[in-house]
Design a protein around this ligand. Structure first.
Ligand code: ATP
Length: 240
């Protein structure tokens, strides 16, 4: 039996002002799955995430989250329903402390427990708890961004370039964490420049080229020539 989708884009077109970026895009994220969204720079991956989380209204087509038509829903409404978006910029408030960042992001009243759970997953967060988030390293800020999203109890997390600019050892920690999150039932839609990392955790892959879906299926079904065609120069980052 196929799991019901937690997210669907049906024939979505979208863009900025007069510039169309996405063309008739349909993708499905089954509940409990990890979908890797891959494509070269400028393919429209971030734009697709923005449509899914309500930051950008499609010009046509529809977006469905958790069985509801959410095409016109606002980002905060979607967040309340369990859709969490970690943007490339991480979305951490740099002038607030780590503690304030954690507490602001949750509707849970048990703030002490929220902080204890964050520290349990990433002990270095505990050592920084009363520092300004903006004074932490990029890796620590990314840990804060992912753990903060998880503690909000999401059904789906949209993750944009989580590894960008981070040391491999930090990326390993973050992926370990994301893998545990998925085991707990949360779905992920993952934009990732390190293709092999994304494919290692993904149950399904979507290839996007020039705003159009070129492939959606299991990583094992992705043929090398199709991959190379859609990834272009980025295919140097091998699929293996
Ligand atoms: P990258 O890996 O480089 O982030 P991407 O696949 O995520 O690429 P997008 O960021 O979605 O691609 O950008 C797709 C296109 O939309 C690009 O040509 C980009 O310049 C353009 N674009 C992105 N944001 C805006 C904006 N706010 N206004 C106008 N054009 C934009």
């Amino acid at each position: 039996m196929t799991a019901s989708p937690v997210l669907e884009l049906r024939n979505v077109s979208a863009g900025y002002a007069d510039t169309p970026i996405l063309h008739d895009v349909s993708i499905t994220v089954p509940a409990g799955s990890v979908v890797a969204l891959l494509g070269p720079n400028g393919a429209g991956k971030t734009t697709l995430l923005r449509c899914a989380s309500g930051l950008l209204r499609p010009t046509s087509g529809s977006v469905w989250f958790d069985g509801q038509d959410t095409t016109r829903a606002k980002p905060h409404q979607l967040a309340r329903r369990g859709l969490c978006h970690i943007p490339e910029s991480r979305g951490v408030y740099p002038s607030l402390t780590v503690r304030e960042n954690l507490v602001l992001h949750t509707s849970r009243a048990d703030h002490k427990q929220v902080i204890a759970e964050a520290v349990e997953h990433f002990p270095s967060i505990g050592r920084r708890i009363d520092q300004r988030a903006g004074d932490m390293s990029g890796g620590e800020q990314q840990m804060l961004a992912v753990v903060r999203s998880y503690l909000a109890g999401p059904k789906l997390v949209l993750v944009d370039e989580v590894s960008m600019g981070l040391a491999p050892v930090i990326v390993d920690r973050i992926y370990e964490f994301l893998t545990a999150v998925v085991k707990g039932g949360t779905s992920l839609l993952l934009v990732e420049q390190y293709v092999s990392r994304a494919l290692a955790v993904a149950s399904s892959v979507v290839l996007l080229g020039k705003g159009r879906v070129g492939f959606q299926g299991a990583p094992s079904e992705l043929k090398d020539d199709v991959f190379a065609h859609y990834m272009g120069a980025a295919a140097q980052v091998t699929k293996d």
